[in-house]
Design a binder for this molecule. Structure first.
Ligand SMILES: [Zn+2]
Length: 199
């Protein structure tokens, strides 16, 4: 007799095999023999999806607001992330601009998209990419450590601008960016490749 292991769960307390139940709100799933509380699959993995979607929305939001603002010669200047990359290009720092573009624009957006696609593939029959490709690209973007680069580049820009004017201050975009980073970080922490890719 063969058993579909996706439909049973082993009790952590006594080793009894129990048929999985659909998760019901407010109802705890317990072992009928020893009363150990059991966690059902996907119990918290949806958090990752919500964080990924929030991250994408916040990404669009903070890119439409200035990160830093300052007053120079009675003129009020504002700089967005986009401007920062343009400044780097104007200073002929092409390679730096490329790294900033990749780590700040491309990699985080792709990271959130991969998480969203993984959830779509996990819960529907739609297949955009192979699981292997999704898994490999997620590992690739994780290794890039873009979150640190993200914060550092803004602080470097801030320090540069402080030298130009005393009125330099972080603007609304910067604070949205902090919330964005939190969502991006949490979507990766909560993401369980185990459930998605069957590792
Ligand atoms: Zn038990």
């Amino acid at each position: 007799m063969s058993i579909d292991t996706n439909k049973v769960i082993e009790c952590y307390g006594c080793g009894l095999f129990i048929a999985k139940q659909k998760k019901q709100k407010g109802k705890k799933f317990k072992c009928p023999r020893c009363n150990t509380r059991l966690l059902l699959e996907n119990n918290h993995s949806f958090d990752s999806l919500y964080y990924a979607i929030s991250a994408l929305l916040l990404f669009i939001l903070f890119n439409s607001y200035p990160l830093i603002s300052l007053d120079v010669n009675n003129a009020h200047l504002k700089t967005t992330l986009y401007d920062t990359i343009l400044i780097l290009l104007e200073q002929n720092l092409f390679f730096v601009a490329l790294i900033v573009f990749f780590t700040i624009f491309l990699a985080p957006v792709l990271n959130s998209l991969i998480i969203i696609f993984s959830f779509i593939q996990m819960h529907t029959n739609i297949r955009f990419f192979t699981n292997t490709l999704l898994h490999d690209s997620l590992v690739f973007f994780k290794h890039w450590g873009f979150i640190e680069v993200f914060i550092i580049s803004v602080i470097v820009t801030y320090i540069k601008l402080v030298g130009m004017s005393d009125s330099t201050r972080f603007d609304i975009g910067f604070y949205i960016m902090l919330v964005y980073l939190f969502c991006l970080y949490m979507s990766n922490i909560k993401f369980e490749g185990k459930n998605v890719f069957g590792e």
